[in-house]
Ligand binder design. Structure first.
Ligand code: SAH
Length: 454
């Protein structure tokens, strides 16, 4: 009998989806239930029925999976950030490795399994970056925290289990500053009000902190009071910045930054090198995980002295620079001017002389380099979630590198691009999931491709 809305059915959860829901089968129907674990036997209350699938909520757990643990976060049910607070970290790692393998096999057509998943020791308080939305609740309460699942309603929270602990007192200090001064907060519906987000970054090795207020205006009233409050809260605050974002958009950061205290950047260290990071430059959010990821990428690159490395989508130059001592020359390409500025400074402060950086779109830059006769031995690709455009893949293949190391935060687009690379003469030799984002559904992945014989 077909499932109908409001039915209560008995269900055994057999897999987790890449979005973090549990999945069980009821007759011919796939039924998705959030906050379940593989092996759970539940009574599900059906809340939605579509042609090929249904969605349910847990009504009762009849027999709990052995993966289950008690969530240690009060808000994890409401917050959209963590998907796996209710299962053990071992179970999460097993699921993530499987999900990366599934994507590479099904979408990529690769008939091998991922290597053992790599991860940090302690899967909490790892995030060196926070983007905290600020808003007034309907009853006028000042809230700073996170958007509740599938909404744009901000729930107050200054104790996120993923963020570095140093961020809590800073968020509290900014909230007090807003409450005690003639400073309004942004309202998405009307587009009025000033403060939109509190954006924080911290160098894990150096301890240096950047506090950035994203505002819908050109200046912040009483900013000297904010500076006093913040520097009194944490002496490691090295940079306080206003980011101007007057657009009607979900994108957090605007293009313009005004430093109101300290320097325009903070510094951090990765794999014994020092890195300068501006507010608009990309920087990996899990520093311990980054060292694990970059070390794996370096092993896959297996550079030999004298070889040329092309680092496409290089951000502040971090991957290429950590491999520069293995290579003859490094060329980095990145579209954000501030990041390229950082990359050049980062080469300089580390005394690296064999690296150069180009600010351009990856596709255009790759073609230009090809026309100039550049034939890298190794190409690193580390694009955003959407992956590479096909002409980037083509130009890279035309350059004929021996090895391609593809770093990705989305195994589905990685797998899609690997399939295209296969048709262009490159095969996946090995790949590894690296859990850069414990407790969330996200997982990083790195693949080594080599040129096929003939
Ligand atoms: N490899 C870096 C950055 C990876 S994030 C690191 O590990 O830190 C992806 C980077 O690609 C971002 O810095 C983003 O600004 C850049 N990017 C996005 N689209 C691009 C494009 N079309 N061409 C070049 N770079 C691009």
């Amino acid at each position: 009998m077909a499932i109908r809305k409001n039915d209560e059915i008995r269900l055994t959860i057999t897999t987790l989806t890449s979005l973090g829901s549990g999945l069980g089968r009821y007759e011919d129907m796939a039924v998705f239930v959030e906050n379940t674990a593989v092996g759970d036997e539940i009574i599900a209350h059906i809340i939605k029925v579509k042609k090929n699938y249904a969605v349910g909520k847990i009504k009762k757990i009849v027999k709990a999976s052995k993966d289950r643990t008690e969530s240690d976060c009060e808000v994890s049910q409401r917050c959209g950030g963590c998907a796996y607070r209710h299962i053990s970290y071992e179970a999460e790692l097993r699921e993530k490795k499987q999900s990366v393998t599934d994507a590479m096999q099904r979408i990529g057509g690769i008939d091998r399994e991922a290597e053992a998943i790599l991860h940090i020791a302690e899967p909490s308080h790892y995030r060196n970056k926070a983007q905290v939305p600020v808003s007034l609740s309907e009853d006028g309460k000042l809230c700073a925290g996170f958007y509740s699942k599938r909404t744009h309603r901000v729930t107050d929270c200054d104790d996120c289990k993923l963020q570095m602990k140093e961020f809590s007192p800073i968020i509290k200090a900014v909230k007090s500053f807003i409450a005690e001064n003639p400073v309004t907060v942004y309202d998405e519906k009307t587009g009025k009000g000033l403060v939109r987000h509190i954006y924080l970054r911290r160098g894990a090795k150096t301890g240096e902190i950047m506090v950035c207020l994203v505002i819908n205006g050109d200046d912040l009233p009483k900013k000297e009071r904010l500076i006093k409050a913040l520097t009194g809260t944490d002496e490691n605050i090295k940079s306080i910045v206003l980011n101007i974002n007057k657009e009607d958009t979900n994108v957090v950061l605007g293009k313009r930054c005004i430093t109101i205290y300290g320097s325009d950047y903070i510094e951090d260290e990765l794999l014994s090198l020092r890195f300068r990071i501006s507010p608009l430059s990309f920087y990996q959010v899990n520093p311990e995980g980054t060292e694990i990821l970059y070390s794996k990428a370096r092993a896959y690159a297996a550079l030999v002295p004298g070889e040329t490395l092309l680092d496409l989508y290089c951000g502040a130059g971090t991957i290429g620079l950590t491999m520069a001592e293995d290579a003859g020359q490094v060329i980095g390409v990145e579209i954000i001017p501030e990041a390229i500025e950082n990359a050049k400074q980062n080469a300089e402060i580390n005394g690296i002389k064999n690296a150069r950086f180009i600010c351009d779109d990856a596709s255009g830059a790759a073609k230009t380099l090809y026309d100039e006769g550049i034939r890298p031995n190794v190409v690193i690709l580390d694009p955003p979630r959407k992956g590479c455009s096909e002409d980037v893949l083509r130009t890279v293949a035309d350059m004929g590198p021996d090895r391609i190391v593809y770093v990705s935060c989305d195994s589905a687009t990685l797998a899609r691009d690997c399939r295209i690379f296969d048709s262009l003469g490159y095969e996946v030799k090995e790949y590894t999931a690296v859990d850069m984002f414990p407790r969330t559904t996200h997982c990083e992945c790195v693949a080594k491709l080599i040129r096929k014989e003939n």
